[in-house]
Design a protein around this ligand. Sequence first.
Ligand code: ZN
Ligand code: ZN
Length: 230
Amino acid sequence: MASQNYITMTYQCGYSEYGCRAILSSTQKAIHETTCQFGSCLCPLIACPCLGTFSGVSSHMNRHHPEIASATGEELVLSATNVHDFPGDHIGWMMIQHCHGKCFMILMAKIPAGDQDQFYVTVQLFGSRGHCKNYTCRLELKGCDGMKYVWVGNPTPIEDGIPSPDNPLECFLFGSEIARFCTVNGTLPVVVSIRDESNDGVVFHVTRFTTFDPSGKEPVSSALQQFYPD
Ligand SMILES: [Zn+2]
Ligand SMILES: [Zn+2]
């Protein structure tokens, strides 16, 4: 009786040179590489050639770029100093945030937009695209009368580079009027909170600019939605 033997082609993970030992079929390989913990990226600073694993590059940031503020905690404040005097069209402010065993880069930039400048803040994960959805970032500005401006969304992977300010799912964009309203002694404090959603099973999806009323109780307008997985 004739029998046929099938051989399944297997492949090494594309990050094997960084230590991954996984052996996978071609379909598994594509899926695995989006969350492989040995994934690699370039140092996000222009002109720095450092390439390594996500954790390698994040420790490289601490060692070789100590001028970039770095701190540990789920909730930190990015203090954007001299916010109104800083020239437009630049990444002006940067912070490295360590929490949940991961490293995030918070960037704030000023962009010229007609008569008014605009600002945007974005959060990037030193990690793979597949891991970004595990984290929810909340960025908050507080006005001088207690009004809060809040953005909630997922980080983007560092390997994608800085997201476009036009994409509200990836950037908290606001005009210089709001920036001025929330600036204290020339410094704009942006409160950055990062949650690990894989731990408590709550996933925030829709990301939008949200305005809360000054009493801080009810959102005045909100596209923020919470989904509880079954
Ligand atoms: Zn791998
Ligand atoms: Zn570097």
